[in-house]
Each structure stands twice: as structure tokens, then as C-alpha cells.
Ligand binder design. Structure first.
Ligand code: HEC
Length: 311
């Protein structure tokens, strides 16, 4: 009887309204459940949430970064004694002016004001040699030498490493006549040029041409062979000779096969060498992969045919 009244008291909702704190006691489980569900959802979606915070990386057209190597004349750079070369003279400066007009004035201006036509659109502007401050490397002899050797490529000043060191010294002395108060090098700095660049031994600069031009030359030089190969492939196309038919069946790119076999010619005169070469990488040589499935007689026929046609 007592237990029953206790039970009724538990379910007495009017009592519950009078003491709302008990309401929380009964519902906190629901709050807990809702919080846990929200938590699980959040953790599950953490990845997209985090990813959206990361700025997307915009890739520029990568071909824009590819620069061809420049033309460069071969040069023999005769030895120079730095201690002598570091001393300016009228004749050296006159020589410097000549070289300067040909190579530098377009950017740096006829009188070294940094106002040459080619430099107008550059940023930063070509150095005004009359301005004493703000030089990237500096106006000492050793510093200008470094500029000419390495260039300041990031700022558009090219390397002039192909100019003979004596001509570079001539340029340096000319440029320093523009400077209102050219700073003097210490004896060590001048000697340092020799240590760094080994000028007393002389050196050589190899010729180079841009890859684009090299490729064009190669194609021109081989135009004859290319025409030959196309003519040959076209002839096989029409032929009913069983060996030619076999050749057509196993080659994906007949011109490529013929070109590859021509250059491999001396190494494939034995059948087994031929088979080994072709099966090693048939696709690269212009064959179909089915070539690996040929039987002995077919290999022999193919070998004989190719040897005959690519001699
Ligand atoms: C294509 C244009 C161009 C040509 C041609 C050019 N220069 Fe420059 N040169 C620049 C630019 C741009 C700077 C500025 C670089 C900087 O501020 O770092 C510069 C800077 C220099 C500097 C100053 C480096 C420093 O320490 O601030 C020297 C010295 C120099 N050039 C010498 C020469 C000589 C000598 C020649 C010719 C053999 C030459 N330049 C040809 C564009 C050119």
C-alpha cells in the first residue's frame, strides 16, 4: 500500500510543475543524447569543414615557367692579371665605351642614366650608374664583376659571363666614370676576384643554342630519312607479300617501327637479338603488344623482312 502511493507520487505531474527542477532530472538524458548526436555529426563533417578553410591553390599554366636556354657564342676567355686589370686607364675606358654601346646602352642608356629604350618597361629599372645609392651588388670593381659574371637574373640583368674578363674590366671602369664617387676596393677584394674566378688561368665558354632551334635543325637534317620512311610504309600498306601483311598486322605505327629498326640495324642481325629487343618494349618501338605472341616461323619472317627493308 505504501509502495503504491510512492509510485503514484513519482508520476504526479502536478507535483512536477510545482518543482520544475525535477523536470530537468527526467529530461537530461534527452539533452545528453541530442548533444552526442550533434557531436558525432560535427566530427564526421570535420573534414569538409576544415578543407573549406584552406584557400584553393590556383595553378598557373606551367608552360609559362618554361624558359628556353639562350643563344651563346663560344668564347675563349684569355687570362687576366687582376691587379693590372683593376687599374683604369683612358684607353681601357674608351674600349669599355665601345662594348657598352653594343651591349648595355639599350637598357642603361647611352650615358648610363638607366634610360635606354629597352629598359623603359622594366621593373626594377636598369641601374642609373650616376645614382650613388641603392645598388643591388654595389659599385666596387669586384661587385660589378660579380654582377657581370652572374647577372641579377631575378631583376632582368643578364649574365655577361661570355665577355672576356678584360672586356668586363673595361666596362667596369667605364661604368665607374659615371658614378659621382666610385667606392674603392680593398686589396683583398681585388685579390678575391682571382681566388673566386681564377682569372689568371683563362677559361672557355661552350656554345649553346635554344632547344627549340636544336629541335628544328634536327628535323631539317632528318627530313630526307623521314620522307623515305613514310614512302616505305605507304608501299607496305599496298603490298600483298605475306611478310608485309605480317608486318602490318604487328605494327601499330609502321613509320616508327622502321625508324627504330633502322637505328637498331647492326644490333639485330641475329634473330634472337631482334626478338629480345622487340619484346622488351614493343609499344615504344611502334609495335602492337600482340607481336609477343608470334610463333617461331612468324618471328623469322618478320626478322627477315625488316632486315631486308631497313638496310
Ligand atoms: C635587358 C636590359 C639590360 C641590359 C642589356 C643590361 N642591363 Fe645591367 N641592369 C639591368 C637591370 C634591370 C638592372 C637592375 C638590377 C637590380 O636593380 O638589381 C641592371 C643593373 C646593372 C648593374 C648594377 C648592379 C647593382 O649592383 O645594382 C650593373 C653594374 C649593370 N647592370 C651593368 C650592365 C652592363 C655592363 C651591361 C652590358 C654589358 C648591362 N648591364 C646590360 C638591365 C640590363
Amino acid at each position: 500500500m505504501q509502495a503504491e502511493s510512492k509510485y503514484r507520487a513519482e508520476m504526479d505531474f502536478r507535483e512536477l510543475l510545482r518543482k520544475p527542477r525535477r523536470l530537468f532530472g527526467m529530461t537530461y538524458l534527452y539533452f545528453l543524447a541530442v548533444l552526442v548526436v550533434i557531436g558525432i555529426l560535427y566530427v564526421n563533417r570535420l573534414n569538409p569543414v576544415g578543407r573549406n578553410r584552406v584557400m584553393p591553390l590556383v595553378l598557373k599554366d606551367s608552360s609559362a615557367f618554361v624558359r628556353d636556354i639562350p643563344f651563346q657564342s663560344p668564347a675563349v676567355l684569355p687570362p687576366v692579371d687582376v691587379r693590372v686589370a683593376a687599374i683604369p686607364s683612358d684607353s681601357v675606358i674608351a674600349r669599355g665605351r665601345e662594348i657598352y654601346r653594343a651591349n648595355c646602352a639599350s637598357c642603361h642608356g647611352e650615358n648610363g642614366m638607366g634610360d635606354g629604350a629597352a629598359g623603359l618597361v622594366m621593373n626594377p629599372k636598369p641601374r642609373n650608374f650616376h645614382a650613388p645609392g641603392g645598388w643591388t651588388n654595389g659599385a666596387k670593381i669586384a661587385e660589378i664583376y660579380k654582377t657581370l659574371q652572374e647577372g641579377i637574373v631575378r631583376n632582368g640583368m643578364a649574365s655577361y659571363a661570355y665577355l672576356p674578363p678584360a672586356d668586363r674590366f673595361a666596362l667596369i671602369h667605364l661604368i665607374r666614370t659615371f658614378h659621382p664617387a666610385p667606392p674603392t676596393d680593398s686589396r683583398e677584394e681585388i685579390a678575391g676576384l682571382e681566388t673566386t674566378y681564377q682569372l689568371a688561368t683563362g677559361s672557355m665558354v661552350a656554345a649553346q643554342i635554344p632547344v627549340r632551334d636544336a629541335a628544328r635543325h634536327l628535323i631539317q637534317e632528318n627530313a630526307h630519312a623521314i620522307a623515305d620512311v613514310s614512302k616505305q610504309a605507304a608501299a607496305f600498306e599496298a603490298s600483298t607479300d605475306p611478310a608485309a601483311v605480317l608486318f602490318r598486322r604487328v605494327s601499330a605505327n609502321p613509320e616508327r617501327v622502321l625508324t627504330a629498326m633502322r637505328s637498331a640495324q647492326p644490333r639485330i642481325s641475329a634473330l634472337q637479338d631482334f626478338v629480345r629487343l622487340v619484346t622488351a618494349d614493343p609499344v615504344d618501338l611502334g609495335f602492337r603488344t600482340t607481336v609477343s605472341g608470334l610463333n617461331r616461323e612468324e618471328w623469322a619472317a618478320l626478322h627477315g623482312f625488316i632486315m631486308k627493308e631497313t638496310l
